[in-house]
Design a protein around this ligand. Structure first.
Ligand SMILES: [Fe+2]
Length: 390
C-alpha cells in the first residue's frame, strides 16, 4: 500500500528548556481551563503543577484541577473527567503529564461537547456514534518522553467491561499548543525513562518495517532511530543529562509525527491487548518484552533485510551487515537500560491467555495488522508471544 505524502499538522510547538515559563505569553485558546494530571503526586511534588498554575495566573486564566487519571486510563475516568469539566464550565483543557494524561484530555474533549460516554464513539461491540461537535481545544505539556501524544491526534484508553484497549483518532484532536520543556523530564525515574523512550524508538522502528510508503515518515523515523538509539541509555543512566533528555524529547515528538503520517504495526496491537488485560503492565515495558521475538519473526521472513541492517547501523552498530546485527543492537540497548530481564510472568501474564490477547488485539486495533508487510495469522502471533514468553 502506498500512503500519499499528505500532511496536516496544526500544533504550535514551544520547544526548549524552561519553555513552560513562557506559556503566559501565548494566546491561550480559552478563559477557563481544566488542568488534567495523574492520580499520582509527582506533578505537585516536583513543582510542575505550581509552575503551570503560576503561568495561568499570569495569563489571567481561571482553572480547575482534575487528578483522577491512571497510568492506563479507563473509559470511566474519561467520562467522569468530562462530567467534572462540564460542571465547572471549562472551555479548554491543559494536560500536564505523560501520554495517559494527554490521551485522556483528547477523549474528555470529545465527551464534553458531544455527550454520552467515550465508548459511544470508539466502541468495538456496536456501531460507534459519529463525533459531530468539535472537541474543545487542548494544550499538551508532556513530562515524559515517549508516547508522541503531544503532537498526534489520537488517544488510547481501556474499556474495562470488555478489557479492551482501543485507540481513537480525529484530526480535531491535535493539541493547539504543545510545550515540550525537557527540564520537566529530569525527575522521571530511570525505569520509566527506559520504558517511555523505548516506546518512542519503537514507533519509528515499526514505521520503517511497515508497508506504508511515506518518504517524510521514513526520513523522520530514521532520524529518531539514530537519536533515541544513541541517547536513551544516557538519559536512563543520568536523568540530569540535559543533552540526552533534550534528544529524547525530540525523539518523542518526531516519532509522534511519524505515527500521524504512517501508523504503527501489530506489535502495538498485541502490546495494547496485553496491557488492557494487565493494567500494571506499562506500555513501554510491554513493547520491550515483545520486541526481540517480534522483530526476529519478521527478520526470519527476509522481507526487509536491508531495513534491519540500516536500523542496526543507525542504532550505533556501524559495521552491521546482517539483520541479526539489529537484534544484537536492541539487546545491547536493553542491557544498557537495565530492562533486559523484563518478563511477562512478572506481570502475571500466562501462556493460556495468548489466544485471548490475539483476539483482543485484532478486534481493537485491526488496522495495525494491515500495516504489516506480512499479514500475521493467529498461529504467527502465537509463535511470537510464545517466543517472547519468560
Ligand atoms: Fe506506543
Amino acid at each position: 500500500m502506498v500512503v500519499e505524502d499528505n500532511a496536516f499538522f496544526p500544533t504550535k510547538i514551544l520547544f526548549g528548556a524552561e519553555k513552560l515559563k513562557t506559556l503566559h505569553q501565548e494566546k491561550l485558546p480559552g478563559k477557563r481551563a481544566l488542568v488534567l494530571i495523574t492520580n499520582g503526586n509527582s506533578m505537585k511534588k516536583y513543582g510542575y503543577l505550581d509552575q503551570l498554575c503560576n503561568e495561568l495566573n499570569l495569563a489571567q486564566v481561571d482553572f480547575v484541577i482534575y487528578n483522577q487519571i491512571s497510568a492506563n486510563p479507563t473509559s470511566d475516568e474519561i467520562d467522569n473527567g468530562a462530567k467534572f469539566a462540564k460542571e465547572k464550565q471549562v472551555d479548554f483543557i491543559i494536560a500536564l503529564g505523560g501520554g495517559s494524561v494527554i490521551d485522556s484530555a483528547k477523549m474528555i474533549a470529545i465527551v464534553l461537547t458531544n455527550g454520552g460516554s467515550i465508548w459511544d464513539y470508539t466502541c468495538t461491540d456496536k456501531k460507534p456514534k459519529t463525533v459531530i461537535n468539535d472537541p474543545i481545544a487542548i494544550i499538551a505539556i508532556p513530562t515524559t518522553a515517549g508516547t508522541g501524544s503531544e503532537v498526534d491526534c489520537a488517544g488510547a484508553f481501556t474499556y474495562l467491561p470488555l478489557q479492551e484497549k482501543v485507540a481513537f483518532k480525529d484530526e480535531r484532536l491535535f493539541p493547539a499548543i504543545t510545550v515540550i520543556d525537557p527540564t520537566l523530564t529530569y525527575t522521571l525515574p530511570s525505569k520509566l525513562t527506559a520504558y517511555q523512550g523505548w516506546d518512542a524508538l519503537t514507533h519509528s522502528m515499526e514505521n520503517l518495517i511497515n508497508k506504508n510508503e511515506n518518504s517524510d515518515a521514513t526520513n523522520i523515523a530514521k532520524t529518531v532511530v539514530k537519536l533515541a538509539g544513541n541517547n536513551l541509555s544516557k538519559a536512563v543512566k543520568n536523568g540530569d543529562d540535559q543533552e540526552a533528555r533534550e534528544k529524547m524529547a525530540i525523539s518523542s515528538y518526531l516519532s509522534g509525527i511519524v505515527i500521524n503520517l504512517s501508523g504503527t504495526t501489530s506489535m502495538h496491537a498485541l502490546e495494547c491487548a496485553m496491557s488492557a488485560l494487565h493494567p500494571d503492565l506499562e506500555h513501554g515495558a510491554g513493547l520491550i518484552i515483545l520486541s526481540i521475538a517480534y522483530f526476529q519473526f519478521f527478520i526470519d521472513l527476509h522481507i526487509c533485510d536491508e531495513v534491519f541492517v540500516e536500523m542496526a547501523r543507525l542504532l550505533g552498530a556501524v559495521d552491521a551487515n546482517s539483520p541479526d546485527d539489529f537484534i544484537k543492537a536492541i539487546k545491547n540497548i536493553h542491557q544498557k537500560c537495565h530492562v533486559d530481564n523484563l518478563k511477562m510472568s512478572d506481570y502475571l501474564i500466562s501462556e493460556d491467555e495468548f489466544p485471548l490477547i490475539i483476539a483482543k488485539a485484532r478486534r481493537a486495533m485491526p488496522g495495525n495488522f494491515v500495516n504489516d508487510r506480512y499479514l500475521l495469522s493467529d498461529e504467527d502471533c502465537l509463535k511470537i508471544l510464545k517466543q517472547a514468553y519468560r
